[in-house]
Design a protein around this ligand. Structure first.
Ligand SMILES: [Zn+2]
Length: 220
């Protein structure tokens, strides 16, 4: 369109595209997208002169002769160093792309971390669990997920030795022990997979019930 706008040829043109969303975006003359604004401006310039342009949507792979050929040429153009795509990238696109890169890096680093407990309880670093529990229960479950509770870690602040399990007396007392090893823990909790246990609503309710029944809730 830039070429046409620069050198009027006294002809009418039909621009065929399989991008319906682009055509819908072009309908909005108030669009703030700089790419849409540029196309609309060029279209206005063209239609003020000798040329007339019409946009037409064609479904991709609609069996139209030459469609594949045009598709191949467009793909070749992407790798042509003489054609700059820089002008086609908007600030929003760049921001979205940067966000994707950071998120990918975050996920990769999360998967490499050494805290296996945390990794099991939150396999995807970016997943946001909707809040559905009362605030106090949510705090308790988050402490359980992190693996750091008053019960298992407060000795660090008081210069004491790690406490044994208050339920079975085992000296190896961790959140993992409490949920998965302790003989006093209900079997359906103890035998569940950790990521299921800490992410499934029914299982979370069972953990809260177990903590209440054993009066450990207030010490988490
Ligand atoms: Zn125990």
């Amino acid at each position: 369109m830039e070429k046409l706008a620069q050198s009027p040829t006294n002809r009418d043109y039909i621009i065929l595209t399989d991008s319906l969303s682009s055509l819908q975006a072009l309908k909005n003359s108030e669009s703030k997208n700089p790419l849409i604004q540029r196309i609309l401006l060029m279209n206005h310039t063209l239609n003020n002169g000798a040329n007339k342009t019409t946009f037409m949507w064609i479904p991709s792979h609609a069996g139209i002769q030459g469609n594949e050929l045009v598709d191949q040429e467009a793909k070749k153009a992407l790798n042509n160093s003489a054609i700059s795509c820089k002008k086609l990238v908007t600030t929003q696109d760049a921001k979205m792309n940067n966000k994707r890169i950071v998120q990918q890096q975050w996920r990769t680093e999360w998967l490499q971390q050494k805290n296996r407990f945390l990794l099991q309880s939150k396999p995807d670093a970016l997943r946001k669990d909707p809040s559905w529990l009362p605030r106090r229960d949510e705090v308790i479950i988050n402490r359980i997920k992190i693996g750091h509770t008053k019960l298992t870690h407060s000795y660090h602040f008081s210069d004491l030795y790690p406490p044994p399990c208050p339920l079975c007396g085992s000296p190896d007392f961790t959140v993992h022990h409490l949920l998965c090893k302790c003989t006093s823990t209900p079997e359906d909790i103890r035998t569940s997979e950790m990521d299921t246990l800490l992410n499934d609503r029914q299982s979370i309710l069972k953990i809260l019930e177990f903590l209440n029944n054993t009066e450990l809730y207030g010490d988490i």
